[in-house]
Design a protein around this ligand. Structure first.
Ligand code: FES
Length: 170
């Protein structure tokens, strides 16, 4: 077993993904370009990226953990702490702000009974602010699990939360 394989645990990355990342990293000139791909795979598998996920990514790509950490902490869709099953990213950039994002933010916090950066007690929802999601045409908008929702009203927020709760209980 290689040192990299020894570091692998099922809860971080499955064996096939690991071997594919190792192979691809050996084939390209700048494995650093794969940092986000590996981190996202770990996050998809584990739910978030613990320190050992950063260390594993560094080992796969031949980088230092610090080099990986710099990217992981810069990119706000990589979660370095445990999050709920559904992470709601509310855009707070200018288009959404001018179209009522503050009201949506207040409604989300009241409905979920949490502040931004927190997770509901049942572990279902985490609320995070986000810079422009790239869907300004449907402002004010949120992103949940790579899906965009908007233009939001408090009523549409309620519908979205209800749908997610139902999905979460299935
Ligand atoms: S400003 Fe909100 S999606 Fe662009």
């Amino acid at each position: 077993m290689t040192p990299i394989e020894q570091q692998t645990t099922d809860h971080l990355l499955d064996e096939q993904a690991l071997s594919e990342f190792i192979q691809h990293a050996g084939e390209i000139e700048h494995p650093r370009e794969m940092i986000i791909d590996v981190l996202r795979a770990i996050q998809s598998h584990h739910g978030w990226v613990p320190d050992e996920g950063v260390e594993l990514t560094a080992a796969i790509l031949g980088l230092t953990p610090l080099e990986v950490e710099e990217i992981a902490t810069f990119y706000d869709k990589i979660y370095r702490r445990p999050v709920g099953r559904f992470v709601i990213h509310l855009c707070d950039s200018v288009c959404c702000w001018t179209r009522g994002a503050e009201e949506i933010a207040a409604h989300l916090q009241k409905t979920l009974n949490i502040e931004f950066g927190q997770t509901t007690a049942d572990g279902l929802f985490t609320l995070l602010p986000s810079c422009c999601l790239g869907c300004c045409g449907i402002a004010p908008a949120v992103m949940v699990k790579q899906q965009f929702y908007g233009p939001l009203t408090p009523e549409k927020v309620d519908e979205l939360i209800a749908a997610l709760r139902q999905e979460g209980s299935a």
